[in-house]
Design a protein around this ligand. Structure first.
Ligand code: NAD
Ligand code: UGA
Length: 458
């Protein structure tokens, strides 16, 4: 069967996999191939046990896989046979050399550009899907055209805005799709090809175009603004705890102003995920590079408040539990960085678990989807850590429960049964404000939400 377009995606991760599955599902006329250097990941994409958990993902992968959606390790063939290549490799924070701990590590992206140059035999449109520092498209173009072999590469920026846990919904019905291109005739022609792909299922007015540098920068700024809202409300949660105010009431009053809006104002133990911290630090690094110290300091504050919030959570636990956690069993409800995903990258639970172990507590971790990743995250930590899928079993014999992830199942548990099985006095630290605090207090728990007065029997 011949297809209208051959699309390749390099990088079969949390973005590449779901994004390409959606394109294939919505556009049976295109052949979509996703390649990765990690053969194990590709084998999982080809199996019944997909490498990532995401509601609705399995259904669309199964509907398209083997028809017009293919997962493969054949990078060379994939590059040769495609006209459009999405690059969706990881761009973590650099851990070495200049910019360590701040700048984006571009080695995977650089390697990909060189592979594309090496194996291409015909003109291609290259789409930056990964989140990259502004001006990366220029570097990409320089690498690609350095072979001087007459092959034309048009580089576009098309950042991804999906959030994990709602990736399929976000891809199906995005607030916007952003496509940045150079404003040359070739750049605009390439842009229109990508607009046409998305137009298969997204209304035209939701597909916005811009110059390529604005597009690259918009992605970093969008994440910085979202994270800033969380740090703003988290900073106020600390004040609420001192002033006997209730952060949810404050957030509701502030968020009902339509100029502010009510989303992303849930106070928490801190934001996690692979991108917020890395993208803000990347933005900060860029600002410092351009000598914009005040701007850099301003955005760095968002990350500082997040670190402060996580540390505050632990210090509160320590203080409230009579200044010692040594030998106490503490159960973490949830380990994923948010609900509806098994992803634990930068999860506040990693920080909390490590700090509890430092205090010589015994840690029990329960999570419906993230236990495998939790074990990997904590494998180098010497200390007593147990992994138990059933929350009743996990919390039995514990002195405290700390809610780390807002999994809906936790709100519906039988807390009378849990209370009976725990060591007394029993504490609950609700790092996500998802439980019925008054009811828990009436059962007998000492309850400490975020940004609200604690309910204690002492
Ligand atoms: P990921 O680590 O899950 O996936 C990246 C994949 O790229 C890995 O499987 C890796 O093996 C592969 N890879 C690396 N170098 C390669 C190469 N040379 N050839 C082939 N494969 C290669 O990362 P992710 O979460 O999918 O993120 C990818 C990019 O998208 C990042 O820039 C991230 O900032 C951005 N992003 C992520 C999300 C998210 O929710 N995770 C959302 C929007 C944007
Ligand atoms: C975020 C953005 O929402 C996406 O638009 C973006 O594409 C993505 O980063 C990315 O670039 O990787 P994600 O990190 O998957 O998506 O999930 P979010 O829903 O943004 O949550 C991030 C963290 O903030 C989670 O730990 C969540 O629990 C926390 N959060 C969120 C709060 O603590 N309070 C809130 O009100 C909202």
């Amino acid at each position: 069967m011949s297809f209208e377009k051959n699309i390749l995606c390099i990088g079969a991760g949390y973005v590449g996999g779901p994004t390409m599955a959606m394109i294939a599902y919505k556009c049976p006329q295109y052949r979509v191939t996703v390649v990765d250097i990690d053969p194990e990941r590709i084998a999982q994409w080809n199996s019944d046990d997909l490498p990532i958990y995401e509601p609705g993902l399995e259904e669309i992968v199964k509907a398209a896989r083997g028809k017009n959606l293919f997962f493969s390790t054949e990078i060379e063939a994939g590059i040769r046979e495609s006209e459009i290549i999405f690059v969706s490799v990881n761009t973590p924070t650099k851990t070495f050399g200049a910019g360590a701990g701040m700048a984006a590590d571009l080695q995977y992206w650089d390697k990909t550009a060189r592979q594309i140059r090496k194996y291409s035999k015909s003109n291609k449109i290259i789409v930056e899907k990964s989140t990259l520092p502004v001006k990366t498209a220029q570097a990409m173009e320089r690498i690609l055209t350095s072979a001087d072999n007459g092959i034309r590469f048009d580089v576009l920026s098309n950042p991804e805005f999906l959030a994990e846990g709602t990736a399929i919904k976000d891809l199906q019905d995005p607030d916007r799709v952003l496509i940045g291109s150079t404003q040359t005739p070739n750049g605009l022609k390439a842009r229109d090809v990508l607009v046409e792909i998305y137009s298969n299922w997204i209304r035209r007015e939701r597909i916005i175009t811009s110059n390529i540098w604005s597009s690259e920068l918009s992605k970093l700024v969008a994440n910085a603004f979202l994270a800033q809202r969380i740090s703003s409300i988290n900073s106020i949660s600390a004040l609420c705890e001192k002033a006997d105010a209730d952060v949810e009431e404050v957030a509701r009053a502030v968020g009902m102003d339509s100029r502010v809006g009510n989303k992303f104002l849930n106070a928490s133990v801190g934001f996690g995920g692979s991108c917020f911290k890395k993208d803000i630090l990347n933005l900060v690094y860029l600002c410092r590079h351009y000598d914009l110290k005040e701007v850099a300091d301003y955005w760095e504050g968002v990350v500082r408040i997040n670190d402060y919030q996580k540390e505050r959570f632990i210090l509160n636990m320590l203080n409230i539990m009579f200044n010692t956690l040594a030998n106490k069993r503490i159960c973490l409800f949830g380990f994923a960085f948010k609900s509806d995903t098994g992803d634990t990258r930068e999860s506040p639970a990693i920080f909390v678990a490590k700090r509890l172990i430092e205090e010589k507590a015994r840690v029990v971790i329960t999570d419906p989807k993230a236990l495998k990743n939790a074990m990997k995250d904590l494998e180098s930590i010497a200390g007593e850590i147990a992994y138990v899928e059933d929350p009743y079993e996990a919390s039995a014999g514990c002195s405290a429960i700390a809610v780390m992830t807002e999994w809906a199942i936790y709100a519906d548990l039988d807390f009378k049964k849990i209370y009976r099985s725990m060591d007394k006095p029993a504490f609950i630290f609700d790092g996500r404000n998802i439980l019925d605090h008054k009811k828990l207090f009436e059962i007998g728990f000492n309850v400490f939400p975020i940004g609200k007065p604690g309910l204690t029997h002492f």
